[in-house]
Design a protein around this ligand. Structure first.
Ligand code: PLP
Length: 396
């Protein structure tokens, strides 16, 4: 066997999104790109804020000596301080640059966090529907994922169910708000109740239980909804995030890990994380991007076009008989599949040139995901195909 058996099995069994991507290529070749409606990828279709280009030009023109050299594995101090300043405002806690480490995206931050905390065989609770990579990241570091469903009618936290899943082997819980794939935002009361439950279990088990808040969509929330910060509610918590979505820079691999200043052994945790960033081979987050995002902490992409697309799809699809939670953030909808088998429904959609990801790919069969970070014109062109699909699937 040329590669590790485990990796071979992962390649064969894993990615619905990749399968759909390939299907998209096939359909585009047959029907033409204009007539294929691809809702599979969470790749922002907006451009970074104008200030990003201005700062990029300014750096290129001044080109200070040494800007491409190695640095402290945690990142540039001024960038860490800029991140900390905003986080201190949002959390009301005294977050400083020493609790921030710049990373290669939220994905890099998650891998660093998990490597830092996991002993072999320890359990990490993830909530379904979940971001599919969590399972692989947990496995990367010898952990065992334990899946707990969210409330199927609201996709909100089911705190009693999370509590029942906590065992002496539990090390961490990953939450994601605004959520991929459901788009829901967890309200402050929910985070407060979660924090109280975690505190009780920590006392009972006499060990820290880490809550990792994966929040690359934190600035993508609609109708004035403010995404609450987790730090005030859970002491042993971390934020892993990036500028992939809020500054539309996913290809640039820039994000950060932030540790709650109230965490027990916070300095030791940071030391561990910095070591892991180095030895996982990331070494440090991209230097040029750190220089830019240090100046862009208060910037964000324009979210109005995303909100408009959510509204168009939610309006027409519910009118056609699809049922779904109306999400407050991110750029995904997660409707119920009109057929009991979501994979069969996604195949039916392909016949109408609509590409979707089945809920099974997120640990939530019976649903499907729409990523609406696509052109509005494409959404409008797709509506007749959605109508035909709704009819074929037996909706009104
Ligand atoms: N977490 C969630 C929930 C995501 O949706 C994504 C990307 O789509 C990531 C993490 C990884 O993001 P990044 O590009 O910052 O590594």
């Amino acid at each position: 066997m040329a590669i590790a058996a485990k990796i071979q099995a992962c390649i064969e069994g894993s990615s619905w999104i990749r399968k759909m991507f390939e299907e998209g290529g096939r359909l585009r070749a047959i029907h033409g790109a204009e007539n294929v409606f691809d809702f599979t990828l969470g790749n922002p279709n907006v451009e970074p804020p104008r200030k990003f280009d201005e700062e990029l030009l300014a750096i290129a023109q001044s080109s200070p000596p040494g800007i491409h050299r190695y640095m402290n594995n945690a990142g540039y101090d001024d960038c860490r301080a800029a991140v900390a300043e905003l986080l201190a405002e949002k959390s009301g806690l005294e977050v400083t640059g020493s609790q921030i480490m710049m990373t290669c995206g939220a994905a890099g931050a998650l891998n660093v966090a998990l490597k830092t905390m996991l002993n072999p065989g320890e359990e990490v609770i993830i909530l379904s529907p979940y971001f599919v990579e969590y399972k692989f990241y947990i496995d990367n570091h010898g952990g065992v994922p334990v899946v707990v469903p969210t409330n199927p009618d609201t996709f909100q936290l089911d705190i009693p169910a999370i509590e029942r899943a906590i065992t002496p082997r539990t090390r961490a819980l990953i939450i994601c708000s605004p959520n991929n794939p459901t788009g829901v935002v967890y309200p402050a009361e929910s985070l407060r109740d979660l924090g109280l439950m975690i505190q009780r279990k920590e006392r009972e088990l006499e060990k820290p239980l880490y809550v990792i808040s994966d929040e690359p969509y934190a600035r993508i929330a609609y109708d004035g909804v403010v995404v609450p910060n987790l730090f005030p509610y859970v002491d042993n918590s971390l934020i892993v995030t990036s500028h992939s979505k809020d500054l539309a820079l996913p290809g640039e691999r820039i994000g950060y890990l932030a540790v709650n200043p109230r965490m027990t052994h916070v300095e030791l945790f940071m030391e561990g994380a910095i070591f892991c960033n180095r030895t996982l081979g990331f070494v440090n987050a991209p230097a040029l991007m750190q220089r830019l995002v240090a100046k862009l902490q208060r910037e964000s992409v324009d979210i109005a076009p995303y909100q408009e697309k959510r509204d168009i799809l939610y309006h027409y699809l519910t009118e056609m008989g699809f049922s779904m939670v109306r999400p407050d953030g991110a750029f995904y909808l997660f409707p119920r599949s009109p057929l009991a088998d979501d994979v069969e429904f996604v195949r039916m959609a392909q016949k109408h040139q609509i590409l979707l990801v089945p809920g099974a790919g997120f640990g939530a069969p019976g649903f499907f995901r729409i990523a609406y970070c696509v052109d509005k014109a494409m959404i409008e062109r797709s509506l007749p195909a959605w109508r035909a699909l709704a009819q074929e699937a037996g909706l009104r």
